[in-house]
Design a protein around this ligand. Structure first.
Ligand code: BTN
Length: 266
């Protein structure tokens, strides 16, 4: 008897809503940025509960600062809007939502690939064997909406062979790493399940959450240079602390950096 294969080209919305905490999904064929769309819905007060915005293609995917997010057919690009109150996330925990989201992506990838390949590159990248496979862009909805927009881009079935040569050297995809395609709905539901668990650990201020950031910190032990906006910090990275700060031992002693861009790694 022949078994019908699910269609990889389309997301299985029924699987998402029946197996995860997300009960509302908006799926676009093409859109500028799922984060832009999510923020717009928050602005016009059209979101109640958790809402997932998915797209097949983004024409203006955004990363941190001025960065653009390269995503082509076969990748995953989505934004999850959550209500911070529903997730019991008071405002003082919001700065840690990005690392927690990154951890959720790492854990979902570890379920697929096993442990040891995936790392968190502070503050918002997910790496697979030293190359970027995913990026996180967490944005706060207009006040007083109390909404957080967790934007996630992940290279799944797209190949970096199609990307600019400059990107090919720095990035990878699940396809490039394993040589096979993945059901994107399965990858997505694994991430959503992990997000529910890891955000709840954040809400409970689980002291072991920081251990999980730390053990996956791609910069630990490396010589780094960080541009934190106001200053440049150079030194040896000790990892990520309980508040999500990167700890860098400089000539003047250890410094805790709460935000910035890693400009150099040795
Ligand atoms: C980064 O690398 O700096 C973060 C990239 C985040 C990309 C995702 S894709 C889905 C969501 N929509 C966006 O415009 N950006 C995020």
């Amino acid at each position: 008897m022949s078994q019908s294969q699910p269609d990889e080209s389309a997301f299985d919305l029924e699987q998402i809503t029946s197996t995860t905490f997300v009960k509302e999904v908006i799926c676009h064929e093409t859109i500028d940025s799922t984060n832009n769309f999510a923020l717009e819905l928050c602005r016009s007060n059209q979101v109640s509960g958790s809402l997932l915005i998915l797209t097949e293609e983004q024409t203006a995917g955004r990363g941190r600062g001025e960065n653009v997010w390269w995503s082509t057919e076969g990748s995953l690009a989505f934004s999850l809007v959550i209500d911070a109150d529903e997730f019991r996330l008071p405002q003082e925990l919001w700065p840690q939502a990005s690392l927690t989201t990154g951890l959720a992506v790492c854990l979902a990838l570890e379920q697929l690939l096993g442990e040891g390949h995936v790392a968190l590159k502070w503050p918002n990248d997910v790496h697979l064997q030293g190359r970027k496979i995913g990026g996180i862009l967490v944005e706060v909805g207009p006040r007083p909406s109390g909404k957080l927009v967790l934007g996630i881009g992940l290279n799944v079935n797209n190949s970096l062979a199609e990307a600019a040569s400059e990107l090919q050297a720095r990035a990878t995809s699940l396809f490039d790493f394993t040589g096979r395609d993945f059901m994107r709905t399965d990858v997505l539901t694994a991430i959503l399940a992990q997000l529910e668990q890891q955000l709840s650990r954040l809400a409970l201020r689980d002291p072991l959450l920081a251990n999980d950031w730390q053990s996956r910190c791609a910069l630990r032990g490396k010589t780094v240079e960080i541009d934190s906006g106001k200053k440049r910090v150079q030194g040896t990275c000790q990892g990520i602390d309980v508040d999500g700060a990167l700890v860098v031992v400089t000539d003047e002693g250890p410094q805790r950096i709460f935000g910035g861009t890693v400009t150099h790694i040795d």
